[in-house]
Structure formats: structure tokens, C-alpha cells
Design a protein. Structure first.
Length: 454
């Protein structure tokens, strides 16, 4: 099928490449000319396992193209995907300016019937607003062209986005149009061969499904972080508790690792947006508000703990940090808990030596050049002369030093303060007498490979 995707971010680029890979003819449109030029040359602007190969091969096969020319995009696709950002507005609601801008652009160039498919995460009722925006422009043009607006929320996880799109566990489609449903069934047929993954519903339910999914996952994270805080104070071990509750199939092992709080481009903004939506219809979202409050507090736990360990000041101290992106296998630092960590350390006077396996370039862009930050090429370089190590799981793949190498690196070997960490094997026998991980007794080797966000 002929498909156009507006927006070549984590969602649009991956979906576009995957749809091309299963044989569709895909054009990706973006307003960022530099990004489009790089993509045309086969350069991928984000770190996502498997994406480079997918884009290279499909560009070469002529099934995937990139352009800034919206008119060309609208003329090309029978299905027009909207995969642009929906950042939080000042009041926490989802900012729909990019979504509505694409809707108006489509209406401006549309010459024949089209189906608009919304992949961006948008509040309930957005499909109606998109339809209104299209209708208004068509009316201005005096054009009478049929169109449909379908909701098709995206559930991919950054760091595993290609695999998730190749083998989605569900494809949610919101539409009341039989013709649009047929189009989406044809588009996704290659993903449904093993069994039907399509869950078809009305548009509003599809829009809410996306928020409900992210809110549920954020709730699990905030819940286990609350239990971790409780475990610390009661002398229990959250790792034992985690295994104890995860074995119950009604609870499951996923998303019950304590850590530095959830972050990333989705959970924080989506929880906020859902709270805003609930309040806008006069409904107090008490669970969601508590989830958000717990997360805000959790993001401060690690820096506060390090500062407290050193008596309230980090002046003259060097803190090593492993893991800067909001989770492993991505370079995305949007709302990463490491931002709060580093700012907390700097506020107390620390020098920071930081390493991330894939987000170094992004960290350079986010933090800029500053005298109290040294971005190090390897985990061990970050440890050189450090008083303490703060680690999140994305430091994990390359970070498993032996105790001998630890001792060689660390200046005072006095403290390893970890939110979450590598494997017990890595920590066993280290010379650092104080190890702390969220919800565990002081001195307990961290052994959970915690996930801090989706
Ligand atoms: P992103 O910020 O990485 O990319 C958005 C892209 O849209 C940018 O390249 C931008 O230049 C482009 N754009 C903006 N206005 C445009 C326009 N008028 N025409 C064409 N292109 C335009 O965003 P993302 O992370 O891919 O997220 C997109 C949407 O998908 C959001 O609503 C997000 O909540 C949702 N989502 C994201 C994820 C994720 O893991 N990132 C997962 C599921 C859903």
C-alpha cells in the first residue's frame, strides 16, 4: 500500500521503516530539513537497535523515501500517518499544535479521498479536532473531498522499537468506518499472519487505551518505588519482596523494579495529560496524582542520599554516574531521571564524571560544556578518582569491573551509592564498603537490573 508518515521521530521513523520492510511503499515527511537530508543520505539521527540496517536496506530497495515536501507526501499516501510530537503544554495538557498543523497541511494539499491515521499520543476527542481542522481548510478551499480520521496509538518501547513494531503484541485501531478498518487490516496483514493482533474499537476508546496503558505502567513503577521506600525503613529487602510478589501471575515480574523514578518522553507527559483530561471533565484522578507525586519524590532520592551520606555537602567530592539516558539502549534523555540526579549533585557542589553507553552525544547537547561535568568514554574512566558511584541500569552493558579494577580506580573507595545496578557478581567483593540501592539494606549488593521507565 502507499503510505505517508508525517514526523520522523522515534515513532514515525521506526514505523515508516518497518512498514517499508514488509513491502509497503512509504514516504516520510518532516519539517526538519537537516534531519531529512541526513535520512536521505542513510544517516539515522537516533540510537535504536536494528534501525540503521532497516533504513539502509529499504532506502536501497526504493520502498522508503524522505522529504520535506508535504504536498508530495499527501499526494503519495492513501494512508497518511500523523506521528508528530505531543509535548506537555504549560498546564500539563498535551500540546496538539503539531498534530493540528499536519491536519491543516494535509487538507491544504488533498486532491482525493484520504485516511488520516493518528499515531501520536493524543487526548480523547483529538480525532474530532483533527477532522474539524481538515473540514475547515477544505471549506476554505471550496473542496468537497471525503476523508476519515482513525486512531492507531503506538505502543513501541524505545530501545526495542524495531522489534516491537515488527512483532506488536496488539494493534489498536479506533474507527467506526468499515472502509477505514479494511484499509488498516490490509496494511497490517503482514503482522497478523500468526494470529490476529488487531483490536478494533471506537475512536475515543482507542485514544484512551494508549493513556491507560502508560498510566498503568507508571503506576506499577511508582507502586514498587513506594514499597522500596517502605522496605528500607522497615529493614526488609525489596528484591526479595519483588520476587515474592512477581511470582503471582496477577502481578507479574514486569515493571516492578524500584529505581530512580520513571522518565522518558512518554510516561511523565502522558500521566500529566491524563490528569488534565480527567480534571477537565470534573473527575479527580486520585491514583494518577499519587503516581506522579511518588515519582517526583523518587527522582530526588538518589541525589539526596548521596548528599546526606557526605554530611550535606559535596564540595570537593567527585561522583561517578553510569547511565544518563532514561533507560538502556536509547540515547533519549527527555525527562531522564539522570537530569535531576546531576542537578542535585551540582547543587551540592560535586564534580561529576559520567558515562553512558549510547547517549554521550545527547548528554553533551543537553548539559552543554560546564566545568563540573566530565563526560567519559568508558565506565572505568568515569570511576577514576570518584568518591561514589551512582548507577542506573543503562550503565549496565559495558559496566562490570572486577574488584581489583574498582580499587585501582576509586579514590577513597568509600561509598557506592546505587539506585539500581548491575549484577550481584559485579559487586561481590568490591572494596566499597557502602552500597545502597533503592529499597535494599545498606551494604546489600544491588542485584536487580532495574528498569526506570518504558
Ligand atoms: P519526536 O519528537 O521524536 O519526533 C517528532 C517529529 O515530528 C520530529 O522529527 C519533528 O521535526 C516532526 N514534526 C513536527 N511537526 C511536523 C510537521 N508539521 N510535519 C512533519 N513533521 C513534523 O516524537 P516521538 O518520540 O516520535 O513521538 C511522536 C508521538 O508518538 C508522540 O505523541 C508520542 O507521545 C508518541 N509515542 C512516542 C513513543 C516513544 O517511545 N517515543 C512511543 C509511543 C508513542
Amino acid at each position: 500500500m502507499k503510505v505517508t508518515v508525517f514526523g520522523t521521530g522515534y515513532v514515525g521513523l521506526v514505523q515508516g521503516a518497518v512498514l517499508a520492510d514488509v513491502g509497503h511503499d512509504v514516504v516520510c515527511v518532516d519539517i526538519d530539513a537537516a534531519k531529512v537530508a541526513a535520512l536521505q543520505a542513510g544517516q539515522i539521527p537516533i540510537h535504536e537497535p536494528g534501525l540503521q540496517a532497516l533504513v539502509t536496506s529499504n532506502l536501497a530497495a526504493g520502498r522508503l523515501a524522505f522529504t520535506t515536501d508535504a504536498a508530495q507526501g499527501v499526494a503519495h499516501g492513501d494512508l497518511l500517518f500523523l506521528a508528530v510530537g505531543t509535548p506537555p503544554d504549560e498546564d500539563g495538557s498535551a500540546d496538539l499544535q503539531h498534530v493540528l498543523a499536519v491536519a491543516r497541511t494535509i487538507a491544504t494539499h488533498m486532491q482525493a479521498p484520504r485516511t488520516l491515521v493518528n499515531k501520536s499520543t493524543v487526548p480523547v476527542g483529538t480525532a474530532d479536532r483533527v477532522a474539524d481542522a481538515v473540514r475547515a481548510v477544505l471549506a476554505e478551499r471550496g473542496a468537497d473531498i471525503a476523508f476519515e480520521v482513525v486512531s492507531n496509538p503506538e505502543f513501541l518501547k524505545e530501545g526495542a522499537a524495531v522489534a516491537d513494531c515488527m512483532r506488536p503484541d496488539r494493534i489498536v485501531v479506533g474507527t467506526s468506518s468499515a472502509a477505514a478498518e479494511r484499509q488498516l487490516r490490509e496494511l497490517y496483514a503482514p503482522f497478523n499472519r500468526n494470529h490476529d493482533r488487531m483490536v478494533v474499537m471506537d475512536v475515543k476508546s482507542a485514544e484512551l487505551t494508549k493513556y491507560a496503558a502508560n498510566a498503568m505502567l507508571a503506576t506499577k513503577i511508582s507502586f514498587i518505588n513506594e514499597m522500596a521506600g517502605l522496605a528500607e525503613r522497615l529493614g526488609a529487602d525489596i528484591e526479595a519482596v519483588r520476587r515474592g510478589i512477581g511470582s503471582d501471575p496477577r502481578i507479574g515480574y514486569h515493571f516492578i523494579y524500584p529505581g530512580a523514578g520513571y522518565g522518558g518522553s512518554c510516561f511523565p507527559k502522558d500521566v500529566k495529560a491524563l490528569i488534565h483530561t480527567a480534571q477537565s471533565v470534573g473527575f479527580e484522578p486520585q491514583v494518577l496524582q499519587a503516581v506522579e507525586r511518588r515519582n517526583d519524590a523518587q527522582r530526588r532520592v538518589l541525589p539526596e542520599r548521596i548528599v546526606a551520606h557526605y554530611g550535606g555537602s559535596l564540595a570537593g567530592r567527585t561522583i561517578a554516574v553510569w547511565g544518563l539516558a532514561f533507560k538502556p539502549d536509547t540515547d533519549d534523555m527527555r525527562e531522564a531521571p539522570s537530569r535531576d540526579l546531576l542537578h542535585g549533585l551540582w547543587a551540592a557542589g560535586a564534580q561529576v564524571r559520567a558515562h553512558d553507553p549510547v547517549a554521550m552525544e545527547e548528554a553533551r547537547r543537553v548539559f552543554g560544556a560546564r566545568p563540573d561535568l566530565l563526560l567519559c568514554d568508558t565506565p572505568l574512566q568515569a570511576l577514576q578518582g570518584a568518591d561514589a558511584l551512582a548507577s542506573s541500569p543503562n550503565g549496565r552493558p559495558s559496566a562490570c569491573p572486577t574488584s581489583r579494577r574498582w580499587r585501582a580506580c576509586s579514590r577513597t573507595a568509600s561509598c557506592s551509592t546505587a539506585a539500581t545496578c548491575t549484577t550481584r557478581r559485579c559487586w561481590r567483593g568490591t572494596a566499597w564498603p557502602t552500597t545502597r540501592s533503592a529499597g535494599r539494606r545498606c551494604g546489600t549488593a544491588p542485584d536487580a537490573t532495574n528498569s526506570i521507565a518504558a
